[in-house]
Every structure is written in C-alpha cells, then in structure tokens.
Design a protein around this ligand. Structure first.
Ligand code: CA2
Length: 145
C-alpha cells in the first residue's frame, strides 16, 4: 500500500491553543484526524509526525527512505532557514510537497524565501487546515501516474 509521511515542524503543536486570530482554532490532533480520514478514502497509509527540533525532522526525512513513497512537509519557520532540511530532502530522492497553512507569499518578506521549494515537487499554501487533504490528493495523483 502507498505510504505517505506527513511531517510538521516547530510550533505547529500549538495550533488551536495560541494565537487563534492568526492560525485558527483547529488543533494538530484535528488535522491528523482529517488526514487519517482522507487517507482511508484514498486507500493509502499515512504516518503523521510533529517535531520542534530541526535534527529530529532531518532524522524523520532520512528514515522515510524505503518506508514511505512521498513526504508532505509543513516545515514551519525552518522553511525559511534550513539548508539541513533541504539537503535531507535531496538525499532521500522521494517526492516532497511543501505545505503551509498561511499564504507565505502574502506575509512578511522573510517568509517569501523557502529552501524547501528548491527541492519540492510543488507547494500548497494559504488554504488553512484544508491544505492537508489537498496535499494528500496531490501526492496520491503524483504517485499514481
Ligand atoms: O503557514 C504555515 O503553515 C507556516 O509554516 C507556519 C509557521 C510559519 O513560521 C511559517 O512561515 C508558515 C508558524 C507555525 C506557528 O504555529 C503557531 C500556532 C499557534 C500559535 C503560535 C504559532
């Protein structure tokens, strides 16, 4: 069965608990439930992870090789800074879809830079939590063709 790793970076564990005006009221647990439901409907398997640590995210990307067929990555603020995550993605040679809740291009200039974009197949941003099932649809299509 097709297996997709969904990786979430720093501070995303706080979703729904702090700054609801900026990031909404949906929690990371709600998003995981939505992803599990979507995966079931698509007939794929997912692993859903969140870490605040850059090194842990690098390790999870490395361990995806041979276990998962693709990665959906919301790297949070590491998107804009992490050459380590970019290199880890290049090293595993798996398709990666970059995902953001917010439209990073409509925000501060420092969020317009993404190291992930350089090695991702594509980017989904600006749709809030609905971006997660959209990304699963996109990955499913990508792996099917
Ligand atoms: O829009 C996204 O998904 C981001 O990856 C979210 C990151 C931000 O640094 C990126 O530029 C865009 C921030 C996640 C912080 O999440 C919080 C949730 C609740 C309270 C505080 C932070």
């Amino acid at each position: 069965m097709t297996s997709i790793l969904i990786l979430n970076g720093p501070n995303l564990n706080l979703l729904g608990q702090r700054q609801p005006d900026v990031y909404g009221t949906t929690t990371i647990a709600d998003i995981e439930t939505t992803c599990q439901d979507k995966a079931k409907a698509l007939g794929v398997e997912i692993r859903f992870e969140q870490s605040n640590s850059e090194g842990t995210l690098v390790d999870l990307i490395h361990s995806a090789k041979g276990r998962h067929d693709g990665i959906i990555l919301n790297a949070g603020a590491y998107t804009h800074t992490s050459i380590a995550l970019m290199d880890a993605i290049s090293s595993v040679e798996l398709p990666v879809i970059e995902l953001h809740l917010s439209n990073i291009h409509a925000r501060e200039a420092f969020r317009h830079v993404s190291y992930i974009s350089k090695v991702a197949v594509g980017q989904i941003c600006g749709f809030g939590p609905a971006g997660y099932p959209l990304a699963l649809d996109a990955m499913h299509q990508l792996l099917d063709t």
